[in-house]
Design a protein around this ligand. Structure first.
Ligand code: FE2
Ligand code: FE2
Length: 190
């Protein structure tokens, strides 16, 4: 099987129907791909891994199964081990080494993409003009997007060797072009 975004989307949508999970996949993909482009990496591979990282979550919504029980399904679907290993590495509880730029980036983009997405949803113009400073402020409010693990957001920026503000600005920029797909308003909606 060719490792492409298109194939990953096919696999993802075969197992995932929930709009919010699909939006999460798209957001993480956009952020991960932003870094692939920046680093001159394989964009199709990075996109595919990001799209697939939670592909089995609807099937396995608990950590005693997700994502580890998804791996045999991906194998059966013909995905190479490089993809499967990177997918598995996003899960903290599996304790796998994040020993490649792709694994570090996926981890760094997973929680923060969700958080930035949540910030955009409560603003009348979505992500437009969203400053890292106000994202950081929201990170300090435990009740806002409470499901997002703050430590993983900080750890992710550190893993990438980036200042948190720079990482936030990159993720905001990465999500902006797909704002409509993420259900976010833009200035054009006003
Ligand atoms: Fe996950
Ligand atoms: Fe995720």
């Amino acid at each position: 099987m060719d490792v492409t975004r298109e194939h990953a989307w096919e696999t993802l949508t075969r197992y995932t129907k929930s709009e919010s999970l699909l939006r999460h996949a798209l957001a993480v993909e956009a952020a991960t791909r932003f870094y692939a482009r920046k680093g001159g990496e394989d964009e199709q591979l990075w996109s595919a891994v990001a799209l697939l990282h939670d592909f089995d979550y609807e099937l396995h919504p608990t950590l005693d199964k997700h994502p580890q029980d998804g791996a045999p399904i991906l194998r059966e679907e013909g995905w190479p081990e490089e993809v499967i290993e990177a997918v598995l590495s996003h899960a903290e509880h599996l304790g796998m080494p994040r020993d490649t730029p792709l694994k570090r980036t996926l981890f760094a983009c997973d929680e923060l993409s969700g958080f930035v997405h949540a910030c955009g949803l409560v603003r009348p113009i979505g992500l437009e003009g969203l400053e890292p400073k106000s994202v950081r402020k929201k990170l300090k409010q435990p009740s806002f997007a409470a499901g997002v693990h703050r430590e993983e957001v900080f750890q992710g920026a550190e893993l990438l060797g980036l200042d948190l503000d720079e990482h936030i600005a990159n993720v905001v920029a990465a999500l902006q072009p797909i704002a409509a797909e993420l259900g976010l308003r833009t200035a054009a909606d006003l």
